[in-house]
Design a protein around this ligand. Structure first.
Ligand SMILES: Cc1cc2nc3c(=O)[nH]c(=O)nc-3n(C[C@H](O)[C@H](O)[C@H](O)COP(=O)(O)OP(=O)(O)OC[C@H]3O[C@@H](n4cnc5c(N)ncnc54)[C@H](O)[C@@H]3O)c2cc1C
Length: 408
């Protein structure tokens, strides 16, 4: 890897969190060469987590989510190409072709194109609204404005975004009905025990959750939608929102010569090819966990930020982070905060080490083969952060139970 010099030109595709943070990090680390930031949304980089929380609940105007004020954009001295999509990458010449026909030839390319909401289509209703970006939340806000208090909103999917949306709808005086296909929300992500401890949150917050829901059709009716399920039952709703996970948008990179396999496959330094890197939600990267190396793709805000600083430092100085990354995720839902450190598998063993589900506050350790792989907390932020050391170096569950860093 040759380090960046002032005559280099870094082309960043994707003007979201990872794309903007890598621009900032390159400048902070002293890169003075040319930077071009390409984004298909017409907006300056903004933050997504508040969309389902503060913005949807009506507490913030969407403008408050911006990551880059006009003076920060000017200070970055990056050339902005917003509202235009990259449609082809020539890896050999590190050149990006844009949908409007022009070419941006760089010496280095960073792919930071994130993910998009997985679409749910029905013949009569078309593609159901979802929540991934600025325009989605503005559109959805407009629909919600038109609903009377108590209006029913069918939230399809009880995962993190679905739960946050339901929480925000309740704050607006609407009546969300959360429709989950599995036996419990988050079962496939957090496993049997943890999802069972979280199962009571919607009811405690006064939100109706229906599990084992197999949606077969959605029809448009007067004043909204009618949802039909495989057992013949129906639900009338004034509005619907699909929150059924994310999908990657990497079709434009097929044929580029990069390895595309559930993301852009990169090495431990986020390199996809010489002078081509991928960061954030789109990157499938080599990550060293307490149990060794894994190839992972992790859609967490903090991972995108950590990737951006790792890559910028690596390309400007050749230095790597001193310690392996500890992935971190949070979700604010039903009046509680869920926080997760590490990247546990849903089949990992779980030990509840502090609090109880009945108290509505607890901390638990995930482990595999007797080694701690993750720490999850419900409304115990301090205990969680005190326990982070259990993931910075391999720690056995037995040692963790002896150390009890969460009670310090
Ligand atoms: C509603 C919502 C709530 C969330 N809440 C949390 C939370 O509480 N905690 C947490 O840890 N994480 C949360 N996340 C996840 C977090 O926001 C993402 O992990 C983060 O945004 C990833 O950043 P990124 O830059 O990789 O991708 P994005 O932020 O998705 O940015 C990618 C950008 O690239 C653009 N793009 C894509 N393809 C092209 C192309 N071909 N040409 C040009 N531009 C392109 C996209 O339109 C987008 O603007 C949430 C996400 C959403 C949607």
């Amino acid at each position: 890897m040759s380090q960046l010099t002032p005559s280099d030109h870094v082309v960043v595709v994707g003007a979201g969190l990872a794309g903007w943070r890598v621009v900032e990090s390159l400048r902070r680390d002293g890169f003075t060469g040319e930077v071009t930031l390409i984004g298909d949304e017409p907006h300056a980089p903004y933050d997504r987590p508040p969309l389902s929380k503060q913005v949807l609940s009506g507490k913030w105007d969407v403008a408050k989510t911006t990551l880059a004020t006009s003076s920060q954009l000017a200070d970055s001295a990056a050339t902005l190409r917003l509202g235009v999509r990259a449609i082809r990458l020539d890896v050999e010449s590190t050149t990006v072709e844009l949908a409007e026909g022009s070419l941006v030839a760089g010496t280095h390319v960073i792919l930071a194109t994130g993910a998009r909401a997985r679409a749910l289509h029905f013949p009569a209703a078309g593609e159901l609204p979802s929540l991934r970006n600025h325009d989605d939340v503005v559109r959805l806000g407009g629909v919600l404005e038109g609903l009377a208090p108590g209006g029913v909103v069918a939230v399809i999917g009880g995962g993190f975004v679905g739960a946050e949306v339901a929480t925000s709808l309740t704050a607006r005086g609407l009546r969300p009905v959360v429709l989950e296909a599995a036996a419990r929300p988050l079962l496939g992500v957090l496993g049997e025990e943890v999802s069972a401890w979280l199962e009571r949150l919607p009811a405690d917050a006064g939100v109706e959750l229906r599990t084992n829901q197999r949606l077969v059709d959605v029809a448009l009716v007067e004043a909204g939608y009618e949802l039909l399920f495989d057992d013949g039952s129906r639900l009338r709703a004034n509005a619907v929102l699909a929150a059924v996970g994310s999908a990657l948008d990497t079709a434009w990179l097929e044929g580029s010569g990069l390895t595309i396999d559930d993301g852009v496959v990169v090495d431990a330094d986020l390199q996809a090819a010489p002078n081509v890197a991928a960061i954030g939600d789109v990157a499938r990267f080599r990550w060293t966990s307490s149990l060794g190396e894994e190839l992972v793709r992790i859609e967490h805000w903090q991972v995108a930020v950590d990737h951006a600083s790792h890559l910028a430092r690596y390309w400007t100085t050749g230095e790597r982070p001193a310690a392996p990354m500890v992935p971190y995720f949070w979700s604010d839902q039903y009046g509680k905060k869920i926080q997760l450190l590490g990247h546990p598998h849903p089949s990992d063993d779980v030990a509840l080490v502090s609090g109880t589900p009945e108290e509505g506050k607890w901390l638990a350790l995930f482990s595999r083969d007797g080694v701690v792989t993750g720490i999850i907390a419900l409304s115990q932020p301090r205990a969680l952060m005190l326990s982070r050391e259990l993931l910075t170096a391999p720690t056995t569950l037995d040692d963790a139970l002896g150390l009890k860093p969460w009670v310090a």
